[in-house]
Unconditional design. Sequence first.
Length: 250
Amino acid sequence: MKAKLISAAMCCLLMSSIVQAAEIKLLASSAVKDTFLELIPQFEKSSGHKVATTWGGTVDIKKRLAAGEVFDLVIVGAPVIDENIKEGRMVTGSRVDFASSGVGMAVKAGAPKPDISSGQAVKKALLAAKMVAYSTGSSGSYVQRLFDKLGIADQMKDKSKQTVSPRRVADYIAKDEADLGFQQVSELVHEVGIEFLGPLPADIQNVTVFSSGIPTGLNASEATKALQVFLTSPAAAPVIRKNGMEPSHT
């Protein structure tokens, strides 16, 4: 009888675990991919939940949300989260800042390294480049504004291009489709075939805050909230920093 009771108790515990475990459908910016590939397994191991991730650039993420695709959690640049909260597609108050990233520059591995120590030095490097690549995300939007700020928008029209998702800037550089590239630091630091030059100098730098938000129409599960908490925990900070970003919470 005792053995049967123990067996029944174990079955109850197992069923409870199965009921509590959940699969979180996550839509996330490719800018945080390298960081997440390390953090998500840690979260899954510690929580018992599973995370099914769909990656995309900012433009793709905005299209998916506008089309009504269903996800439990979205991670993208904070302005996109705020925009969707304003338009009623995300829950008011659900934005949780995760990490921030500046814009970086890169050339092909083995190529001469231009000086990027100041805004004027970056301007000189841009004018000397044959072709410049930048992303369709927040860093790319900033680079377009930077051309105007540096007074070289007209000169850059015929020798600059935006990437086509899901290709990263590094791919264009490595394949000689561009000799100079701009993207979030987190999307350049670990890429092969390129030389990461460093972040833009302070006088022309632009920092993007990446945040999570919960879409409306869903009952925000404890699992989803647990993931938001985990991503802002002190345990996540070293992984975030290792991948070229700064944690929003420590």
